[in-house]
Write a protein that binds this ligand. Structure first.
Ligand SMILES: NC(=O)c1ccc[n+]([C@@H]2O[C@H](COP(=O)([O-])OP(=O)(O)OC[C@H]3O[C@@H](n4cnc5c(N)ncnc54)[C@H](OP(=O)(O)O)[C@@H]3O)[C@@H](O)[C@H]2O)c1
Length: 337
């Protein structure tokens, strides 16, 4: 690192009520920490902004501990090693890891995963070949178990996870129907991502639209949003349907979560609803990345990224997720390689 380099960081200053405003964050600056034996110092290039971050800001037990007040906000990113005291890593290597919202991260080398920047653009490692892609792959295939000819509905369809779910559903011979906010996103799903149909939950009436777009009912529903959309799809299930609970972004900023009221549809349709956490599949990521990388190379799967430059924009950029202002994977660009 250049002498005098500073590490700009965003720390959690207060727990939010509702949408996380600027008062939730404190911007701090300190010198990048020299790596100790076994560690590497990474220059952060791109950071993944995720709806899950909203949950990590709450002081409640979850699948990971909450971010503590005063701690650097947790975030996954891609970066480049600038100094290494780890035998496996060398200066210039591209890596992915849990860097946090900051310009430099000093981490144990064992917590860094090398990535091949010649194989795919860096952002792909935060999208299709990263956590969103793994989430789509294992959530759909392992929990949803789509069969050829079945109808797969996915909400949050124009987002990182959703767009990949729809494309994998098509690859598996299913009818793919996406639910997203606004006519532009819906048009993109059909024209660019090959969905069979799309429903604009902000302008269409959900029940008639689901009847029209899913004439054979819904065999797999991959739910990213919860709330009213979940209730509407429950009303259109096929017998033995599988509902994959991936997330509930419509509820993350509410003081109390609204559960499905239509759950007796599970009984009537002999259906099953099951949640999952992608990290449980970590030992199978390489296998999934190989298959998805193959589909990308064949032009059968593509990602789209919404890249916003400037670490200082973090508080406002994060809100794009909850206002539906992102299309594809939302990424904060901190520096260029
Ligand atoms: N289970 C797991 O292991 C796991 C792992 C990763 C992600 N997830 C979950 O997967 C879901 C998608 O994550 P992502 O990273 O792909 O985010 P994303 O879909 O790229 O971005 C969030 C999108 O959610 C939609 N949205 C926001 N507020 C909404 C509301 N009130 N009602 C309906 N839709 C709303 C917006 O799209 P519109 O414009 O269409 O409204 C927005 O673009 C999230 O629920 C996330 O928590 C789960």
């Amino acid at each position: 690192v250049e002498a005098g380099a500073t590490n700009c960081q965003f720390r959690l200053a207060a727990r939010p009520e509702g949408l996380p405003g600027r008062d939730c964050w404190e911007m701090t600056e300190e010198a990048p920490r020299e790596p100790a034996d076994g560690e590497a110092l990474v220059k952060v290039l791109q950071l993944s902004l995720d709806p899950a971050m909203r949950g990590w800001m709450n002081d409640v037990p979850s699948y990971v501990p909450p971010v503590g007040i005063g701690e650097v906000m947790r975030a996954i990113g891609v970066g480049q090693v600038v100094e290494s005291k780890h035998e496996r890593l060398a200066e210039g290597d591209f890596v992915t890891g849990l860097f946090g919202i900051q310009e430099y991260a000093t981490l144990p080398g064992d917590a860094l995963t090398p990535i091949d920047a010649d194989l795919a653009p860096l952002a792909t490692y935060l999208n299709v070949l990263g956590v969103p892609g793994m989430t789509a792959y294992f959530g759909l295939l392992d929990i949803g178990k789509p069969q050829p000819g079945e109808t797969v509905v996915v909400s949050g369809a124009a987002g990182a996870v959703g767009a990949t779910v729809g494309q994998i559903a098509k690859l598996k011979g299913c009818r793919a129907v996406g639910i997203a906010g606004g006519p532009e996103k819906c048009q993109m799903l059909v024209e660019d991502f090959g969905f069979d149909a799309a429903i604009d939950y902000k302008n269409d009436e959900l029940l008639p639209a689901l009847r029209e777009k899913c004439p054979e009912r819904v065999n797999v529903y991959f739910d990213n949003v919860g709330g009213e959309v979940l209730d509407a799809v429950l009303a259109r299930l096929a017998r033995k349907a599988r509902i994959v609970i991936c997330g509930a972004v419509s509820q993350y900023n509410e003081s109390s979560m609204r559960g499905p009221s239509n759950y007796m549809a599970l009984l009537v349709r002999r259906a099953r609803m099951e949640g999952f956490v992608v990290f449980d599949y970590a030992d199978r990521y390489a296998e999934a990345a190989r298959e998805m990388g193959g589909w990308m190379a064949e032009g059968k799967l593509k990602g789209s990224e919404d890249i916003v430059a400037g670490i200082e924009t973090f508080p406002d950029t994060l809100l794009k997720l909850f206002r539906g202002e992102n299309t594809g994977k939302l990424i904060l660009e901190v520096a260029s390689a």
